[in-house]
Write a protein that binds this ligand. Structure first.
Ligand code: FAD
Length: 429
């Protein structure tokens, strides 16, 4: 199986590590070099807004170790600046060129910056890495003014929830009138907004920051609704951008991520696959439009599928067609999604909210259910996730063929054989 003597993986995050694990499981005995520009091995990023931020889990507990010895060369603190696919080299600091026979792109995303924020200096941070989360933790100790969080997506909402659980004041600022409005149906977005309000998160919604001013002890924000705010620290949670600057001029197609074929092979390049947050690919289970999926479970499954398909080769590779799954936790509420809610035009409750607060919303394309989101309703969401696995293989996407690849963890779950990947926290109901 050693036709590819050296496989280079750019990105020492979850997708990169899972790709390396899979290469070894499949018997690849060449050299694996994993290059990452952060200083640590992969960490469990979901904890950075939750248990690590609140102090419930420490650094060692969120380090995500490989499941077995990878016999890989880890080059941390090392940034890849360029790719030359003709000479098959990636460029490293100090003019070093590293040759590859196969390349796995797993460079993830970066937090989006907002104009003006950085002039407010050291009291402003994004939240992507362990050092970002540590900085916020430090800022929380002894803060007299509230922490301001800009952005009402899942990162902003989780940060606000964690800060309140520590008993400190937080102001959540967003342009939409309701929290997580882009994903949730209006009823659930309203319910989530009320939940935050009940937990005394101060909400400044339907507004945006117009001006920033740093003073020695705080950041002063002027909002478009005329309000002025003093904040001890500001977290900018304004979404993400794919980490693809090193791929410019490489011939890889870049369009909100690195564009891949259904098999994870990067369009236009030979012996190059991509996985995780950075990869935009058509999930034929749902449709043919390339999309990125920024979920923990997807980084595991796509890392593994990309590695398999790299070894298999383009001609015989099979499409990667997972059922995406995602979870979030806020003020004790567990929010879970399965399928592709973003593909569904119509949103309708399947189970209305029970007195216990459980509920489920369906996302429909025409009359076909393509995604569900549950509030405190793990078992229903998991059942739907399983039903998507069964249904969509013969479903409307049409391009799927018998034998097309389901993510390994789902295959295993169905056969009842080896257990799903234990790092799949989605399954922790
Ligand atoms: C704070 C936070 C909370 C989250 N919570 C949840 C959650 O509750 N549920 C959920 O499903 N998902 C959650 N996610 C998303 C999930 O963590 C990601 O989908 C997953 O970590 C993606 O893994 P990845 O390997 O694709 O990317 P990453 O983990 O980002 O790894 C990519 C690595 O590549 C490095 N890199 C980039 N460019 C270069 C370069 N040129 N040279 C070298 N290295 C480079 C990056 O620094 C990074 O270390 C959360 C994410 C964050 C940030």
């Amino acid at each position: 199986m050693n036709e590819l003597p050296r496989i280079v993986i750019v990105g020492a995050g979850l997708a990169g590590m899972c790709a390396a694990e899979r290469l070894r499981e499949l018997g690849f005995d060449g050299e694996i070099v994993i290059i990452g520009d952060e200083s640590t091995m992969p960490v469990y990023r979901p904890a950075l807004t939750k248990q690590f931020l609140t102090g419930e889990l420490g650094f060692k507990e969120i380090l995500t170790a490989p499941t077995h010895d990878l016999d890989a060369i880890w080059r941390l603190n090392t940034q890849v600046s360029q790719l030359d696919p003709v000479r098959r080299v990636v460029f490293l600091p100090g003019g070093e060129e590293l040759e590859y026979d196969g390349l796995i792109i797993a460079s993830g995303v970066e937090a989006r910056r907002v104009p003006g924020a950085m002039k407010a200096g050291s009291r402003v941070a994004v939240l992507r890495s362990i050092s970002d989360s540590r900085r916020l933790r430090q800022a929380l100790s002894g803060a007299r003014d509230p922490i301001a969080v800009i952005g009402t997506g899942f990162i902003g909402c989780e940060v606000a929830s964690s800060i309140r659980s520590l008993g400190q004041n937080v102001v959540l600022i967003g342009q939409s009138k309701l929290l997580m409005n882009n994903l949730l149906d209006p009823g659930h977005a309203q319910r989530l907004t009320e939940l935050h309000r009940r937990h005394r998160v101060q909400l400044q919604l339907g507004t945006k920051v117009e001006d920033w001013m740093a003073t020695p002890s705080r950041v002063q924000l002027r909002l478009s609704n005329g309000r002025q705010l003093d904040a001890a620290f500001v977290v900018v949670a304004a979404g993400s951008v794919p980490a693809v600057s090193w791929l410019r001029d490489s011939g890889a197609r870049l369009d909100n991520g690195v564009v891949c074929e259904a098999t994870c092979h990067v369009a236009g390049l030979e012996d190059v696959v991509a996985a995780g947050d950075v990869a935009s690919w058509p999930n034929l289970r749902f449709d043919t439009k390339p999309r990125r999926v920024e979920h923990w479970t997807n980084a595991i499954e796509m890392g593994r599928a990309a590695a398999e398909n790299l070894l298999t080769g383009r001609e015989s590779a099979t499409p990667f067609m997972p059922v995406p799954r995602f979870w979030s936790e806020q003020h004790g509420l567990r929010l879970q999604a399965a399928g592709m809610p973003a593909v569904g035009m119509k949103r309708e409750p399947i189970d209305p909210t029970t007195p216990g607060g459980h509920s489920l919303t369906g996302y429909y394309r025409d009359n076909e259910l393509v995604g569900v989101i549950g509030f405190d309703n793990s078992s229903a969401v998991l059942n739907y996730a399983k039903s998507f696995v069964d249904k969509a293989l013969t479903g409307r996407a049409g391009q799927a063929r018998p034998g097309d690849r389901e993510p390994v963890s789902q295959r295993d779950a169905r056969s009842g054989a080896p257990k799903p990947d234990p790092r799949s926290a989605f399954l922790q109901v």
